[in-house]
Design a protein around this ligand. Sequence first.
Ligand code: ARG
Ligand code: ZN
Length: 415
Amino acid sequence: MKFLIILSLAALALAKVRFDGHQVLSLYPTTREHIDLIKEFGSYDGFADFWSPDSADLAHIDQKIDVRFRKESLRIVKKKLEAAGMSFEVKIADMQPLIDSQFDVPRKNKALFGYDYDVYHTYDEIVQWANDVANQYPLLAKYEKFGDSYEGREIPRLTLGTSASNPIVLIDCGIHAREWISPAFCQCYVNRMLSQYGVDTGVTAAMQSLTFVVLPVLNADGYAYSHTDDRMWRKTRRDNGGFCKGVDPNRNFDANWAGPGSSASPCSETYYGPSVASEPLTQALQNFVLSNKGNIKAYITFHSYGQVFIYPYSYAVQDAPNKAELDAVAANSAAAIESVNRKAYTYGPGYESMYLAAGGSDDFSLDQGATLSYTIELRDTGRYGFLLPESQIADSCTETYEGMDVITDYVRNSL
Ligand code: ARG
Ligand code: ZN
């Protein structure tokens, strides 16, 4: 008997989390009371999973709020929404089928067709890929370990370009685990910069004048966990002592750390951590930025979803010294993206477009001299949210290349 209980507990711990009947609702709060109700939903651990914005504290009036609720909670949630007179819409009626159908691109034979950039890869596959491309393009790419994660995984780093002494464009993907389109973009972008070198004049010039430091899967532990256990995992995997694991790495940076829009609670998706830069990935990124001070011309961190360019500051209602420049480059970059597949991107300072969220990597990098600092929220605007199907990877990549080119051209012209 005892044995059976232990066995089933172990099975429970090993089982992949399922999302049968879970729904994502879009809420449209218009009053203070509506916001209070949303905050109430957010106050019970594990009750509401905020997709956009990232936590209940960031909710404000006249903004669409996407939240996932478990099947068991939906009746009471809808009853409360109706009683409060808050309009809402069922955005995703059942998450599990969508989770199963994200993998909607047939796998190609690697031996025949090479690495598949149109599918979602695991952490192990990405590390192997990063090593492989560095071997394949020894004159243009170098693989290094960027750091070690909390659980001891290697955080991969690729350095691209013809000369390591050129000014740096620093790009990271996958700081939030469940935002799978982000690591997918880093991979296709690297492939494009390597395969188009000597073919495309813009790519060739960029590779000759800039050093691209690409961190394709920064939150290695979280990303691995989102594949093996919980598709909706966002944070790192730190053991916080209690039941709730993980720190929000994008609230953990030395940028008004523990300030507004971040949480002291280990159970929150925006938990800022036990101390500033407590997470190994935060430390690795901070150290890189500090030791290359003056040489990092642009910092771009890819997230999803929302189709937004966010630039500093998010840690306070404060304008970046170069706000006009940040705004103009974002506008041009957004226009370039839109010109490809008619996907519209918005842009603006974080405090305005997302509301305050302290401790982010974009604000940290700007304060350390990376004057072009952007968080880019990739596709979509909520139809699939984090569960963007693989069949949208290729188009997301091609449109985002154009946006990246605007930024890197601007950097090159300002050298
Ligand atoms: N969705 C991102 C996050 O919550 C937005 C980051 C914007 N920048 C910031 N420093 N908060 O992490
Ligand atoms: Zn994110």
